[in-house]
Write a protein that binds this ligand. Structure first.
Ligand code: ATP
Ligand code: MG
Length: 308
């Protein structure tokens, strides 16, 4: 089902000859890998459109967008990632060229270029696609101000695109701001997916983000709702991480996924190889966690997540 297959680790006893926390961790990871191998999901219903947003920088938006997308495609779903951040990190991680000459989301938003003309297949999986961002997108925030239907441009382009290129999931990676690019994502999506980094200021700014979602619901997109929260960069050794996780779960019991993404070197080094961690080291702890998060997300239908 997934691209990278590595030999299973031996049982903890044969590795260490004793029952230690590390041995237990390895045994647990092996069991989780085996459980994932048995997962079978069926796709083909309505397209789910999720926007990965948090105006706080560096919380794991792009990492979560590309790795959940790659894990979903590994499960058999057809997935489009729209890179709406001028930094272009999602395009990089998906191995898709995005130099200044590459036709990009900028052309779609500002020049009315059809999305189909700019979407590229990721070399990672035939079911994984990316609408790349280029540096030109940095100017789009200002150029959009003067455009007709400036908040709806992405939605209109996506509606047309999906007629001929049906997708199971569209995942939009937003920049760390609440400007017109993010508003375009909120108008195009039905679901908001918020990654939260398990650290001290985690919840700061969240009420502003929730306020923006409410505002969009009221004026631009009544279907928009917060469906998913993913705790990222979790370091189980600190009490603070656990406290933050508990607090987020208390506030958002329905939306927080059971899966927590651990801080992992493999996750952070994958983009430098132009890969998601799913392709780079699909059996590593970080990849297993993202694959579990994808299964959880896919198991909730769009309607179910709206009811919550
Ligand atoms: P921005 O707001 O700039 O768009 P972002 O919210 O998209 O940032 P990422 O780029 O995904 O955040 O992550 C920020 C940094 O943290 C990156 O260097 C990334 O590799 C690293 N990182 C993300 N998740 C993990 C993880 N689980 N373990 C280790 N490093 C991680
Ligand atoms: Mg990002």
């Amino acid at each position: 089902m997934f691209h990278v297959k590595q030999p299973e680790k031996a049982s903890p006893k044969s590795d260490f000859g004793m029952d230690t926390p590390l041995a237990r961790e390895i045994a647990d990871l092996s069991a989780r890998r085996r459980a994932l191998e048995g997962v079978q999901l069926h796709f083909g219903g309505e397209t789910r459109i999720l926007t990965v947003s948090n105006q706080k920088g560096g919380v794991g938006k792009t990492t979560s967008a590309v790795n959940v997308a790659a894990a979903l495609s590994g499960l058999g779903a057809k997935v489009l990632v729209i890179d709406l951040d001028p930094q272009g990190n999602a395009s990089t991680a998906l191995g898709v060229p995005h130099n200044a000459e590459t036709p990009s989301v900028y052309d779609v938003l500002i020049e009315d270029t059809p999305l189909a003309d700019i979407v590229q297949q990721s070399p990672e999986d035939e079911n994984l696609f990316c609408a790349p961002s280029t540096i030109h997108l940095a100017g789009a925030e200002i150029e959009l101000v003067a455009q007709v239907a400036r908040e709806h441009r992405l939605r209109r382009a996506l509606d047309v695109y999906l007629i001929d290129s049906p997708m199971d999931f569209v995942i939009i990676d937003c920049p760390p701001s609440l400007g017109l690019l993010t508003i375009n994502a909120f108008t195009a999506a039905r679901e908001v997916f918020i990654p939260i980094q398990c650290e001290y200021y985690a919840l700061e700014g969240l009420s502003q983000l929730l306020g923006s979602i409410q505002m969009i619901q009221k004026h631009l997109n009544p279907d928009l709702h917060l469906s998913t929260i993913l705790l990222t960069m979790f370091d189980g050794r600190t009490r603070l991480a656990q406290q933050v996780a508990d607090e987020v779960r208390t506030h958002f019991p329905q939306q927080v996924l059971d899966t927590v993404i651990p801080r992992s070197v493999r996750v952070s080094e994958a983009p430098s190889f132009g890969q998601t961690v799913i392709a780079y080291d699909g059996q590593s702890a970080g990849a297993v966690a993202y694959r579990e998060a994808a299964v959880e997300i896919a198991s909730r239908t769009a309607t179910q997540s709206k009811e919550k």
